[in-house]
Write a protein that binds this ligand. Sequence first.
Ligand SMILES: Nc1ncnc2c1ncn2[C@@H]1O[C@H](COP(=O)(O)OP(=O)(O)OP(=O)(O)O)[C@@H](O)[C@H]1O
Length: 705
Amino acid sequence: MPRLALDKDFLTEFATLEKPVRERVSEVFTKFEQATHTGLHLEKISGARDDRFRTVRIDRFWRGVVLAPEGGDTYTLLKVLPHDDAYDWAKRRKASVNTATGGIEIRDVAALDASLPHMERMAQSAPSRLLGHVNDADMARLGVDEQTLTFARTLTDTFQLEAARGLLPPAQWEVLYGLSAGMSPEEVWSEMGAVIVQEQIDPEDLDAAVRRSSDRVALVEGPEELMAALEHPFDLWRIYLHPTQRAVVEASYRGPARVSGGPGTGKTVVAMHRAHRLALRERGPVLLTTFTSTLAESLEQNLALLAETTGAAQATERVRVEHVDRLAHRVFREEHGRPQLLTPAREKELWQRIVAELEADLSPAFLSEEWRQVVLAQRVGSAAEYLQVKRAGRGRGLGPAQKAVVWQAMWQFRKELSAQQLWTHETVCEEAARLLAERPDADKPFRHVVVDEAQDLHAGQWRLLRACVPEGADDLFIAGDTHQRIYGPKITLGEVGVNVRGRASKLRLNYRTTGEILGWSLELMHAQAVQDLDGVQDSLAGCRSEMHGQEPAVKGFATWEAELGHLKETVRGWLGAGVLPAEIGVTARSNRAVDQALLALEEAQVRATALARTPAEGSSGVSVGTMHRMKGLEFRCLAVVGAGKDQLPAPRSITPHEEDPGAHVRDLLRERSLLFVACTRAREQLSVSWHQEPSPFLEALLLRS
Ligand SMILES: Nc1ncnc2c1ncn2[C@@H]1O[C@H](COP(=O)(O)OP(=O)(O)OP(=O)(O)O)[C@@H](O)[C@H]1O
């Protein structure tokens, strides 16, 4: 039976067509299956370089370009263009099968042929060739075919290669780019990882190639699925997954598994697809969880959209989306009713009182951290255990006598909480974990748990998640990036009883941000020792983007007023260039700076909304919020303001070195990560500004420029 497949470029462009044309396209292709039976007219193109391209009549003026198989029955819709353009587009191109990835490739053969003589002439007078150090056999093994090879041999510098990006098939261009950047063929090979197929590849079998190309061609199962795809053409993530993403989504794991990767590499997308996929398997309820309520809301909306696309709305009923603290409170309430929570102010008072009673030379802040990071995290229950416990990450060393005093303080704190029947979010979580751990496997609330933003969870939350699902195949799936840790303490999964050894994958292709913004932001984290969730050093090496745009605009001012003046100009400039207010974000470290930025925009008559008051979704003004609020969001254009020495790191968020050197280093890293998270929310344009002296986090970047 004939099947329709949609090329990613088609769907992207479909979104930009006028409504009547879109409607007509939908009409023609929803009848595609029946029409091909009754002889849908696929018109041959005279003078075509590849006679597998055909056109389909949409109306008098518009034509669709389809790749029709010689054998097989999958028809790939590539373009919808005005009549003459459609013919011209199709005549210039050829389809082929990549011999390494087995994927389908379409290239502008006419443009390549036309550029060759000129390139060759230029190369003859150049001192050397860009890829002179790589032999033909290695190129062929990496999927570089004859035409690309001929072209590649004429290249003399990377600018030419950059310029040829749109001409060459993307997978082959990536290979040339890697080799030209000094990677060895073996390194490029391993970088290609999941996209390389082991099976024998038939270069003539386009049908098989289309089926292998899930990152750019989506097979459509019937008219409803087609309508769902056409309904939200911007949300490509629902349909096209990178082979590495798809492998992780579809895998069956014998135990907990995890996916990591830099910002914008699609970890959340993978988490949603995986939750959906697990729900479709019908082995039991799925929990999709994350760190904050705002993120959970956005997961829930997108999960519903995904189910709409796959036509499996019933699967969403098997997925519970709930942020982790809410889960803890729900389980707690079912047993004990609503907890009375200790407010931060009362907690501080309590520690102060205990310190005074013990006449100890310890600060309330130190004790509060010690309680969370050592006593609660490692479930220390007695003085003897406390004497033995490893206090990794706690900078200030304690001798046995000091430990005895600290333990006394901990014990008193616990006693007070229990006497007054007070709870904190952490103890609620511990109690919920204890209640769930006692339940037999058959009574556990979930069969699968999928966790997003995992880097920010604390030990108690991990124990809760571990306890709400029986141990077994596909029990826990974890997505996160430790470079973006802005709340939680440093933790290793082993410490909380989660073993992902042999079941960890990494995503490297950023889908959100231009290469310029990503490269700049990655520099912020360069040379920072960040420990991964499995205890080894994490690295963002290889994280890359295929999109290009402007370099970030980075600028200092003498005063805050001048900086705000620049913000007004920048935002007005973006609006003037046609960017919608809702596509613009403004962020600063403190609430105060956010309020002032809001005022400045109002003065400039720019409609702006505080993220604290209105969720980004549905807001029609420029979104203004703290860097913490930026997590999980993205904007076409983003301005980071107040990135000055006195604002970033925020002085009050840094434990003084003399009080606790370990906490000091950790706090600094957290503040740096916060800036990193903020900057990587920008899709196309990023502006970073400060007044007086720049933040020390910008130092290396400013020296470079
Ligand atoms: N396969 C894909 N096709 C198209 N777009 C994608 C794909 N995967 C991810 N995206 C898009 O890339 C952007 C980033 O994705 P996502 O939020 O899942 O990344 P992330 O790794 O969780 O990011 P971060 O860690 O920075 O929060 C989103 O706009 C998403 O829709």
